[in-house]
Design a binder for this molecule. Sequence first.
Ligand code: ZN
Length: 381
Amino acid sequence: MTTAHGAIETPAFIPVGTQASVKAVSPRELRELEAQIILGNTYHLFVRPGIEVIRDFGGLHKFMNWNGPILTDSGGYQIFSLAKLRKITEEGAQFQNHVDGQPAFISPEIAMEIQAALGSDVAMVLDECAPYPCEYDYAARSAQMTARWAARCKRAVEANASPARTMSPANLNAAAGTVAATTVNQLLFGIVQGATFDDLRKSSAQAIADLDFDGYAIGGVSVGEPEEEMMRAVESAEPCLPKDRPRYAMGLGTPPQLLEMTARGMDMFDCVLPTRLARNGTAFTASGTINLKNAEFALDKKPIEEDCSCPSCREFARGYIRHLVKAEEILGLRLITLHNLHFYLALMNRARTEIERGTFDQFRRGFVMEYKVRDVDLAKL
Ligand SMILES: [Zn+2]
């Protein structure tokens, strides 16, 4: 996938930089880990520091000093999961933010304007992410509205790009965002919804594909549903999406889930697990997660994972990292975070190699069989 800040080889893992920071990791370290692209959360940046601050810095790349590709979400998911007193209408979403309760309103057009000001390389349309479980009728109405919102996002972007646009007040507003945009050729991805219903997933994918986006995301997955339902949601939508565009499974997942989704035609993944679990002492290995707080690691001189080339494993023993975590030293969580991000990025690297060799399915089966989740119940996170 080609973006204004460089090419991305897929399948790709996208480290999550919620507040313009991948927690505890600097952009220099992300480059050393060979992260190809990172994610910024529009909602969080909109609430704090505010879009005007980032605009003043010349966009998100300059603000956080990351010169690689950035994908921003639309903010919709966080409005629906974090904000208070939200009211969703055809026009958009009214909410009070979770930090200081300030009221705000985001429409599809405003979501585009905000992401233009952030200057991300990949922008996402505003969608409504249906909860799990969800009634069929609600899921159907919600997916239809998401398709209408997607069409409005596309029109808003095209109106800004076209020199012959008519200057209605709404356009003038949107154009103000465009002038300050720092990324030309921002890609726009549509989002498939439809909850856990096969026919809704298909009709949503068809409606979104008809709008002709640069890439397509599967949203509303990994929201608490059983893994089989998640796989089915992707399998239902996938055949309706154009083969020549990137597909992005949003908010996923465990290492085996990434490989299973890759096998089902997905190309991009973002997930907080590597950074979030690190903060509770949990490290990823090829045979599952280990919790370094456990007493069994106190005298362990081995690295987190044998033959791992990450900066933590090259220099430090499990027993030392365990001590840091127990003593609540910041270095401990940093070392596990670096290892976990390396694990996810290296897994996708390996997947690309295996795909090129034509041996991906064999690799996936072997990896999934070997991998067990210990200590943590990932479904509860
Ligand atoms: Zn490592």
